[in-house]
Design a binder for this molecule. Structure first.
Ligand code: SAM
Length: 317
């Protein structure tokens, strides 16, 4: 598999407290001076582009709380070789930033929303901010970030009642609603056995809307398979990270906000690139380091559950 996708967490801080992502009592945050500076992120991504990385997605924590994110996007969009620049956000700050980000070179956005009901949104995230997120979705569509994808995690006992309202969004809006299976995290977050497999979820959708038709799937476009409700404006995607293994299709590496490269979401094997950057290593040395990780990637792609301590907020989902 060609490794051409880098997912970059630009902060481990978040402005929401989602019950399934944020441990009660909080998770240990990285000291601020350990977080990669924007110039360091830029340098690493530029060097990665020499090794075949073509797609970059910024995430977090919540990437939109990072100051000067538009500046970073503008710099990244100028890197020859980076063909696709995207962002995953909870959408809270998107309405006010979408235009600036688009003008800076952002191409597409994924917005996470696990409920269309204001009360349950507040219960899940800790904040009464659904109207702001909804405005963010409309703004993203208005400024032409394309495609707009909506990420939803359905967990039994939390938001099963939201399957149909979320699926219905894809009927009215030209967005892809993607149901991502909840994957196990460390003991502090909601127990992972509450997860709802996507094949069950699909049955719920088809009982209400009738058979959904297959649109496309593809490793190059990520691990989702897309379907459509008849006459819908948008699509429904399923990402079966829990119930099926797609390691053999995995084309991505991750860079954490404190400067570690992870060959696999679940692996505890990190490669500290910040140390190299901060001890004055030249480009040649760093490129050798990156190529070595890329070559080894295959040997890590065998994990379907976390190999030790695992917090999505810290790694970057
Ligand atoms: N703050 C941004 C957001 O909300 O999209 C980016 C970071 S968040 C960790 C990225 C995505 O990871 C969100 O869509 C969230 O729902 C998902 N996520 C978090 N914990 C998860 C878990 N245990 N299993 C599956 N997805 C998870």
């Amino acid at each position: 598999m060609k490794i051409d996708y880098l997912r970059v967490s630009i902060t481990d801080r978040c402005n929401l407290r989602c019950v399934y992502c944020h441990p009660p009592g909080g998770c240990d945050l990285v000291d601020r001076e350990e977080i990669l500076k924007l110039e360091e992120i830029y340098r690493i991504i530029k060097l990665f582009s020499y090794c075949g990385i073509r797609k970059v997605r910024l995430t977090g924590g919540e990437p939109l709380i990072r100051r000067n994110i538009a500046y970073l996007i503008e710099k990244l969009s100028g890197i020859e070789g980076i063909e696709e620049l995207s962002l995953t956000t909870n959408g809270v700050l998107l309405a006010s930033l979408a235009r600036e980000l688009k003008d800076a070179g952002l191409q597409r956005v994924n917005i996470s929303i696990d409920s269309t009901d204001r009360k349950s949104y507040k219960e899940i995230t800790g904040f009464d901010l659904l109207p702001k997120v909804t405005r963010g979705i409309y703004k993203a569509l208005e400024v032409g970030l394309k495609p707009v994808k909506i990420n939803s995690v359905i967990i039994k006992g939390i938001n099963v009642s939201q399957i149909l309202p979320l699926a219905e969004m894809s009927f009215h809006l030209p967005v892809a609603i993607r149901f991502i299976e909840y994957c196990p995290t460390s003991q502090y977050t909601k127990p992972a056995n509450d997860y709802m497999p996507n094949h069950e979820l699909r049955k719920v959708i088809e009982r209400e809307f009738g058979p959904i038709s297959f649109v496309f799937t593809g490793a190059a476009n990520g691990p989702a398979s897309y379907f459509k409700i008849r006459n819908a404006a948008g699509t429904i995607g399923f990402i079966n990270g829990r119930s099926s293994i797609f390691c053999h299709e995995c084309n991505r590496l991750r860079l954490t906000s404190d400067g570690n490269i992870k060959p696999c979401l679940y692996s505890t094997q990190d490669y500290d690139i910040k140390r190299l950057i901060r001890n004055g290593s030249d480009d040649e040395k760093i490129l050798k380091f990156l190529k070595n990780i890329l070559q080894k990637k295959d040997s890590f792609t065998k994990l379907n559950s976390p190999d030790g301590e695992f917090h999505m907020q810290k790694i970057g989902g």
